[in-house]
Each structure stands twice: as C-alpha cells, then as structure tokens.
Design a protein around this ligand. Structure first.
Ligand code: LLP
Length: 393
C-alpha cells in the first residue's frame, strides 16, 4: 500500500485526504486494455466511481470511453476531450435537459430504462431534428450475490425494462422514427466476485439477444455493464482484480455468432467502475482522540468521517485500516474506529484489531478509490475532500 511507503512525505499534509496511486492506476488500466483488446471489447469507465480529472485523463489516454449517468458527468467528459462516440448514458431518470444534451452531443447510446424514456427521447430528438442512438437496458433478473443495496438486475428492482414490459417495448420500437436502435444493455450489480454469476448472466443475455434478433432487431451493440469486484479484505495481496478470469467468463459464454443469427456480430461493451479505481485510492486520516465507552470499548476518533467516505456507514462495507505509525511491539487492541460526524452510523470499523493508536497517528483506510470521493458530501459543513496524487508529492 502506497501510504506506508511514503508516510514521511505525507506527515505534514492536512488530513483527511484521498491519496491516489497513479502508478497502480496506470498498471490497472494497462491490464484491462491488454485483456479487452484481445477480443475487441470496448471499455467504458463508469465515471460515477470516481470523477477525479486526473483519473479521467488516464482513462482517456488508454482509449477507453465513459459510462455516464448525468448531464454534469457528460459535460465534464466532453470538456476533457472524450469523443461523443465513446460515451454511453444510463440511468433510470434522465431529465429532458439531460436528454437534449446527449442528443446534441451525439453520444454512442442512451441506455434506456423504460418505455416512457424511449417515447420522450424520440419526441425530443424530433423537436431537435436529430436522431438519437438508443439501446434497451433490460433487467435480466439475475442474482448478483452481492449486497442488496448494490444489486440492480433482479425482478424487484427499479432498474431496466422488465420482462413484463419487454414485449410491448419490442412492438413499439419500430414506430420511433427518430431513434436508431443499437442493441441491449445490462448491469446486474456491483462488487461481484464469483465469476459463475457472470457466466450465468451471459447465458441469459444470449437468450434475450436471440429473442430480439428473431423479432427482426439486429444488434450492433451489446453492453454487459460493470460489476467486477475487488478484494477489500486483502488489498495489499490483490491490488488488481483478475481481469483475465473476468473477461474469460464472457469469452467462453457469450457466443456472438449464435446471437447474430447470420446477421451483424454485435460489438461488446463493458462499463467497469470499481475494478478500475478502487485499489488506487486510500483515505488518509489522523487520530484525534482516544476514549472508552460505558460498554468498555476502546473508541478512536479519527478526523475522517462518513462525509468523506460513506461506504461503511451506508453498506456496512469493510475497508482495511492500517495504523501507519504503529510502534514496534505495540499491543493489538480491538478498536471502534469512528469519524467526526454527529451520526451513530459514522463508524469505519468495530472490534478491529490494530496496533495501539494514539493522538496524532496517521491511519489509512484502504480500497477507497471507488465510490469514495465521488460519494462525499459536505455534511456537517465539511469541505469536499482534498486529494493528493502519488506523482505530485
Ligand atoms: N454501469 C451502470 C449502469 C451502473 O449503474 C454501474 C454502477 C456501473 C456500470 C459500474 O459498476 P461497477 O463496475 O463499479 O461495479 N456506491 C456503491 C456502488 C454503486 C454502483 C452503482 N452502479 C458502492 O460503493 O459499493
């Protein structure tokens, strides 16, 4: 972990801050590119995971596109120079101004999540005398075997077009004169670590794709979403997910020739977020106070909080924590590591065994590069978190 190696350089900096390991980021993006290029897979980075501009520039340099979900994300990536053709736009609730922006920019595809959304995009494109490229985000009802808050492709979820409405959508699709139908989009959930989930998912997708092709809708675009998980328990041991195993699941189970039915073979797209950036980031904090609560627990208050990193409070997510100032031979103590914010949920870990922590010690919360800074808030009037880049200190 980077912070351990450069802790003396970090010492004078104002905490808390996100530390990004730009070298690990580059190596991770290289590894994805190597694997994806073998099959001509198109990669879009899910910008919601982390919208830091330097990270985005590295993504752009690798030739990847973007998966965005808001007008502001779209504006940012266009300003940074991402080609419109490399941008796809998902989300259950695109507003009219956001849709108009996407049409104006001529993005690769709106991944549409409802019948009404298709109608509205068609209407707005007509008003603008433009055509919009669309794909259908289908909810395939696959259990991603992950936390329920980050499961997005099951029957009871708000995402995608359901099996109940799919026939009607297919019947209506031909009548939208301002839409260019591209194909299908899916995203079943996040932090998926069992490759069998992706294998099963592929088989569902093949069946659905065939269903569309048989009805006279050739597919040029098949977007498999994101979801690949990272190792939160042992980030030092596994700083990069196994991208080969991930893409193998698709290589071996997504039979494109079978799908094409003799017609065009669809381009396969992915939208990875977490797997690209989670392990490149840490939240570095300082110990403010030690105390003991009435239950006898040792409580350590650090100067980071759920305002900077909400994952533990929101999902009870596990992040490894390290005392960067551990003294040799110091006892390991079971700590409640809590943040500064006035919320009982603002706790990073309970009963976590760590070498004794004292006021002023630097601590790092690992695997915080994805859904860390991008989910930060100003709650309790905190400032948005500072960022330190490994190659700028
Ligand atoms: N595509 C779509 C349409 C998505 O909604 C998402 C994530 C992704 C791609 C990227 O998924 P990934 O490769 O990162 O798993 N805040 C939660 C994660 C929410 C994910 C939302 N959608 C967390 O901190 O765990």
């Amino acid at each position: 972990m980077l912070s351990r190696k450069i802790k003396e350089q970090l010492r004078g900096l104002q905490t808390p801050f996100y530390l990004y390991d730009m070298q690990l980021l580059g190596a991770t993006l290289d590894a994805i590119k190597r694997e994806a290029d073998q099959d001509g897979y198109k990669i879009h980075y899910a910008i919601k995971a982390n919208n830091d501009e330097r990270i985005l520039k590295a993504v752009l340099k690798h030739g990847f596109g973007i998966d965005c979900v808001s007008g502001n994300e779209l504006r940012l990536i266009r300003r940074l120079g991402f080609p419109a053709d490399s941008i796809v736009y998902a989300g259950v609730g695109k507003s009219d101004p956001e849709i108009k922006l996407g049409i104006e920019e001529g993005i690769r595809a709106f991944n549409c999540e409802s019948r009404q959304e298709l109608q509205v995009i068609n209407e707005l494109a007509g008003q603008m005398r433009r055509r919009a490229r669309v794909a259908l985000r289908i909810n395939p009802d696959v259990d991603p075997q992950t936390h329920r808050h980050i499961s997005t492709g099951q029957a009871d979820s708000k995402f995608g077009i359901s099996y109940r409405e799919i026939e009607q959508v297919a019947e209506e699709l031909g009548q939208y004169e301002n839409l260019e139908f591209q194909g299908l989009h899916f995203h079943i959930g996040s932090q998926i670590t069992d490759m069998r989930v992706f294998e099963f998912f592929c088989r569902r997708v093949v069946a659905l794709a065939e269903w569309f092709v048989e009805r006279g809708f050739p597919l040029t675009y098949l977007n498999m979403g994101g979801g690949l998980g990272v190792n939160y328990d042992n980030p030092d041991g596994e700083p990069m997910p196994d991208f080969k195993a991930y893409f193998d699941a698709f290589r071996n189970n997504l039979d494109l020739r079978q799908i094409s039915g003799g017609g065009p073979v669809p381009e396969v797209h992915f939208e990875l977020g977490r797997a690209m950036v989670a392990q490149c980031g840490e939240l570095v904090s300082k110990v403010l106070f030690n105390k003991v609560n009435s239950a006898g627990d040792e409580v350590v208050i650090i100067d980071g909080s759920m305002s900077e990193l909400i994952r533990p409070a929101l999902y009870e997510a596990h992040h490894e924590i390290e005392n960067l100032d551990a003294r040799p031979g110091s006892p390991r103590v079971p700590y409640i590591i809590a943040g500064t914010v006035c919320e009982s949920a603002d706790v990073f870990a309970s009963g976590r065994l760590l070498p004794e922590l004292r006021r002023g010690d630097l601590v790092t919360i690992k695997s915080a590069g994805a859904y860390g800074a991008s989910m930060a808030s100003c709650y309790n009037m905190h400032e948005m978190p500072r960022v330190v880049y490994s190659d700028k200190i």
